[in-house]
Design a protein around this ligand. Structure first.
Ligand SMILES: C[S@@+](CC[C@H](N)C(=O)[O-])C[C@H]1O[C@@H](n2cnc3c(N)ncnc32)[C@H](O)[C@@H]1O
Length: 268
């Protein structure tokens, strides 16, 4: 066996987390990631704009959840560390509140652990969103979060890597079942309403990657909020979710239809 693939790490396989890092202008990516990301950009050149909006939504979402009094954050599909990571936003808006990062990518976990080894308010756990009960039952997660009290579950830019056969709506229901009233679930998900013709090409690039991308329309994503009360302004494009007054909207986004939608639902 090629020693490079030992331990599940094969540099020749494009990696979804590292491709995302490349789209964000980061340095934690390899030639295979960059080549695959460039192919995706040929189909959808605006991806970096959407991804930057996703990070802005993340920041506004954490701030809003902190203002609502949430003091526990469970970020599933955490991704490679970048700027304004969840635990840093939590530190800023809810000092002393707790964060758990979950991912199923060994490199993401290694980076997160290296960055956070001295942070008592943060735990990093290996987990797969397709098996949510295991995440909620993980002793390290349970030692850090009290599931009898409200938790904010962040599912940002991850559900479009969960194929229909893994039943994403069912996964949401199983997560809800483990949460106390007053908990919130934040979701962001690429929507291909505007560019259905690009979807097969992008799905094709990710077919050989560490996680498969699934193109969905907005009306396929809306049911993920079943059983939750959607906070205002509902399920909208990233830049439309409670934007800050001084936040400039990229001109490309002014006229575009649904491209990447998001929302936060409360479990009453
Ligand atoms: C595009 S990144 C999103 C990072 C961050 N949540 C954000 O929105 O900026 C997606 C992350 O989800 C992770 N991921 C994909 N499928 C997963 C699964 N089934 N379980 C856990 N993590 C998964 C990938 O490893 C990657 O780190």
């Amino acid at each position: 066996m090629n020693p490079a693939v030992l331990g599940g790490f094969d540099p020749a396989v494009p990696n979804a987390a590292r491709m995302y890092d490349y789209f964000l202008g980061g340095k934690d990516n390899l030639p295979a990631d960059r080549a695959a990301a460039e192919q995706v950009l040929r189909f959808v050149p605006e991806i970096p704009i959407g991804i930057r909006e996703n990070r802005r939504f993340l920041a506004r979402a954490v701030r809003h959840l902190a203002e609502l009094g949430i003091r526990q954050f469970l970020d599933i599909g955490a991704g490679l560390p970048t700027q304004a990571n969840v635990h840093q936003l939590v530190e800023r808006y809810a000092p002393g509140a707790r964060t758990v990062y979950v991912d199923n990518d060994p490199q993401v976990l290694a980076h997160a652990r290296a960055l956070l080894q001295d942070s008592p308010d943060v735990v990093v756990a290996d987990g797969d969103l397709r098996r949510p009960e295991e995440i909620l039952a993980d002793p390290a997660v349970r030692a850090h979060l009290d599931f009898d009290r409200p938790v904010a579950v962040l599912l940002l830019a991850i559900l479009h890597f969960i194929p229909d056969e893994d039943d994403p709506a069912g996964i949401l229901a199983r997560i809800r079942a483990g949460l106390a009233p007053g908990s919130h679930i934040a979701i962001s998900h690429v929507a291909v309403d505007q560019r259905p013709q690009a979807a097969p090409g992008v799905e094709g690039v990710y077919r050989d990657a560490s996680a498969r991308f699934v193109a969905r329309m907005s009306d396929e994503i809306a049911p993920y909020f079943a059983g939750l009360r959607l906070l205002d302004p509902g399920l909208v494009n990233l830049h439309q979710w409670r934007p800050d007054e001084d936040e400039a909207v990229h001109p490309v986004l002014r006229t575009v239809g649904n491209y990447f939608i998001c929302g936060i639902g409360r479990l009453d």
